[in-house]
Design a protein around this ligand. Structure first.
Ligand code: B1M
Length: 209
């Protein structure tokens, strides 16, 4: 859809001052908020990442892209949140130790909440002991980790080890998602699922509820 592509392009061009207007235009034209978030903004972010990797964009551009996406999500978030009683879960969501990317995690949290899950969002750069404490205090049996940085892959293992050492592993289902995650990592760390996007994450946790 042309309007969604315009959202993608506005993000890639880092036009923070235009992003909300372009999103509203797409909504007025009948585009679904989730499509705008995933196909418009989400694809744009991947492209920005590629431009950063090929050294066409600098770190400052990456920062501005993050701010532009957050600015756009201010329009979309209320539409995605909806009204839903928290009857499923709780599910613990966080970004792993050493990683501060939070946009994808926030989108996953929003989609889970709007699908009726009680979400305990621990934030970013979360050490494994905080995860174990949250499991114990909430009684949660569902955990979703966001991991975007390859050097932080070892943090996944730290969480799994801490949960196992607490004697909780067989009671907990663990899913991962984020730019650097793969099925190979799921197998390597003995995890339970890989979420490719926020819709996928909801499907996974619903399957376990
Ligand atoms: Co960062 N960064 N970044 N960055 N950044 C990436 C991840 C990178 C791939 C860019 C690139 O080089 N191509 C690269 C990592 C390379 C690697 O290790 N493989 C990278 C790098 C290198 C870095 C720094 C090291 C740069 C530096 O300082 N030199 C630094 C690290 C900081 C740190 O964390 N310690 C850094 C910093 C930043 C900013 C702060 C500037 C900013 C983040 C702002 C923020 O989050 N508040 C930023 C951004 C914006 C990106 C990119 C461009 C976009 C990430 C994003 O928000 N995507 C990113 C490029 C990329 O991802 N290809 C990149 C949109 C979001 C909706 O998608 O997070 O994938 P995503 O989430 C999706 C799915 O993956 C899934 O659902 C979401 C919605 O559909 N999902 C889950 C995510 N989590 C899930 C959990 C689940 C299930 C599904 O649980 C079950």
């Amino acid at each position: 859809m042309e309007a969604i592509d315009k959202v993608r392009k506005t993000l890639v061009d880092l036009e923070i001052e235009n992003i909300q207007a372009v999103i509203k235009e797409a909504l007025d034209g009948g585009a679904a908020p989730l499509d705008i978030a995933l196909t418009g903004l989400g694809s744009g972010m991947k492209e920005v990442g590629d431009l950063f990797q090929s050294e066409e964009y600098y770190l400052a551009d990456l920062v501005l892209a993050g701010e532009t996406m957050k600015e756009g999500m201010q329009v979309l978030e209320p539409l995605l949140s909806g009204e839903s009683a928290a009857v499923k879960g709780p599910v613990i969501v966080f970004t792993v130790k050493g990683d501060i990317h939070d946009i994808g995690k926030n989108l996953v949290s929003t989609m889970l909440s709007s699908s009726g899950f009680k979400v305990i969002d621990l934030g970013v750069d979360v050490p494994e002991d905080k995860v174990v404490d949250a499991i114990k205090s909430s009684g949660a049996s569902l955990v979703g980790m966001s991991v975007l940085l390859t050097p932080m892959i070892s943090s996944i293992g730290d969480v799994v080890d801490a949960i196992s050492e607490a004697g909780l592993r067989d009671k907990i289902k663990i899913a991962i998602g984020g730019a650097c995650t793969t099925q190979e990592l799921v197998d390597r760390f003995g995890l339970d699922a890989l979420g490719n996007d926020a819709v996928d994450a909801v499907k996974i946790f619903e399957g376990w509820s």
